[in-house]
Design a protein. Structure first.
Length: 123
């Protein structure tokens, strides 16, 4: 048995879902729970999904441009690209933090050495 699918209802739900995600991201920024530098990717992909929610033929147009025969599969391609972009961004952040931690540990080691030398001179 085939179900009748109300395309308008699906589109409205997609638009509402995309808007709610964007509002959630903006609210996290406002409450300082998500730093501004990390939000660009989230906002970008939220806007992409909002555009595809509003523009019905968008998936078909992009699918034809990319050469995908089944337009809903384009959503998965976009999701995978988004996940890769976020993973690369976080890898860069982790690499930067690792380098900063290494420098901090070296500076603390040098300061400890200086303190020990100063203590020895006092005695």
């Amino acid at each position: 048995m085939l179900y009748d699918v109300d395309i308008n209802r699906i589109q409205y739900i997609s638009i509402i879902g995309s808007i709610l995600i964007l509002i959630m991201i903006i609210e996290l920024i406002r409450k300082k729970k998500l730093m501004e530098e990390y939000t660009i990717i989230w906002l970008l992909f939220g806007m992409i999904f909002l555009v595809f929610s509003i523009w019905r033929d968008g998936l078909e147009v992009v699918s034809r441009l990319v050469g995908i025969g089944y337009p809903p599969a384009t959503i998965f391609l976009i999701l995978i690209m988004g996940i890769f972009a976020i993973l690369i961004h976080y890898s860069l952040v982790i690499s930067k933090l690792t380098e900063r931690n290494k420098i901090l540990v070296q500076e603390i080691g040098l300061l400890k050495q200086e303190i020990e030398q100063m203590k020895e001179k006092k005695e």
